[in-house]
Design a protein around this ligand. Structure first.
Ligand code: NDP
Length: 280
């Protein structure tokens, strides 16, 4: 069965909009885009649009690709000190002359709605999560929607990036699952995938995982977004063959993508609530 990700994301957004309608001060999100990468521009536009739809205060900040490190750090510090802003999202990747790690670490961890600051990643690792990376957290929401208890399940995460694969594996571990993390050096990937009762793929290679690699009845979450030469968007999993084998599967597009944005809104609301608590 296909997990109805769009509906789940829509329900979250509706619920947030209802909560925000009753608030005097609105949660605020600043989205920073450096340069003019067309894909990043689309992501930033979608995030800002989603913010406005739920009634958040939102600032879209565009900076030229040649901005200096010190200017960008000054902008982050300004937003850290701005009481209207609860969340700061820095659209990655950044131009090569900027130290992305240092810039992310400059974001106040309480405003780090992407969950990429080492303090937030560390807390996730200790199973004392605060702000959790959006894509893996969104995947956990999708898995919860299947009603399947993850405790004791054999889970395989393919991909080990800091923004998806690694925090995804920790999320599953925190849910009591037994987790195997695969990367580009993994031997016999198909054999590893065959063991998965829950499979999460976040590699960035179109249709890399075929249906015959998948264990019958597995839950398959496809994080990948790949544009074919034809312009069509496809995931890392060959959906047509995998759908026949999986018990649950996410589509691409309209799967993990909308959940990531809904989760960003959730994180911004959480950051807002934390800030309100501290002010009391
Ligand atoms: P990265 O390129 O940062 O990481 C890819 C990971 O896949 C690496 O860990 C790499 O291994 C691993 N890998 C590469 N080739 C293989 C292989 N043949 N077998 C096994 N593992 C392999 O990508 P991201 O994590 O940023 O993104 C992954 C995909 O998810 C992309 O398609 C991206 O567009 C999509 N994405 C979707 C989001 C959404 O909201 N739906 C959000 C974020 C990303 P190694 O560590 O050894 O290099």
């Amino acid at each position: 069965m296909i997990i109805n990700c769009k509906q789940i994301a829509q329900d979250i957004r509706k619920n947030i909009a209802e909560q925000v309608a009753n608030l005097k001060r609105k949660p605020g999100l600043a989205v920073i885009l450096v340069g003019a990468d067309p894909a990043s521009e689309i992501y930033v536009r979608n995030k800002s649009k989603a913010c406005k739809e739920v009634g958040f205060y939102s600032e879209s900040i565009s900076k030229p690709a040649n901005i200096s490190q010190s200017e960008l750090l000054a902008e982050i510090r300004r937003l850290n000190a701005d009481d209207k802003i609860d969340g700061i999202l820095l659209q990655l990747p950044l131009p090569a002359h900027l130290d992305a790690n240092l810039i992310v670490e400059t974001i106040n961890p309480t405003k780090d709605v992407d969950g990429f600051h080492s303090e937030n990643i560390g807390k996730l690792l200790q199973n004392k999560p605060q702000l959790r990376p959006c894509t893996p957290k969104g995947v956990m929401t999708l898995l919860a929607a299947t009603g399947v208890d993850l405790a004791g399940k054999n889970c395989v995460v393919v991909g080990a990036s800091n923004i998806v694969g690694r925090p995804m594996a920790i999320e599953l571990l925190n849910a009591g699952a037994t987790v195997l993390i695969c990367n580009s050096k993994t031997q016999d990937l198909a054999g590893k995938i065959k063991q998965a009762e829950v499979l999460v793929v976040a590699v960035g290679r179109a249709k890399m995982v075929h249906g015959d690699w998948i264990k019958s009845g597995a839950i398959v979450i496809d994080v990948g977004i790949n544009r074919l030469d034809s312009g069509k968007l496809v995931g890392d999993v060959d959906f047509i063959s995998a759908e026949k084998i999986a018990s649950w599967i996410t589509p691409v597009p309209g799967g993990v993508g909308p959940m990531t944005i809904a989760t960003l809104l959730e994180n911004t609301l959480t950051a807002y609530q934390n800030h309100q608590m501290r002010e009391k």
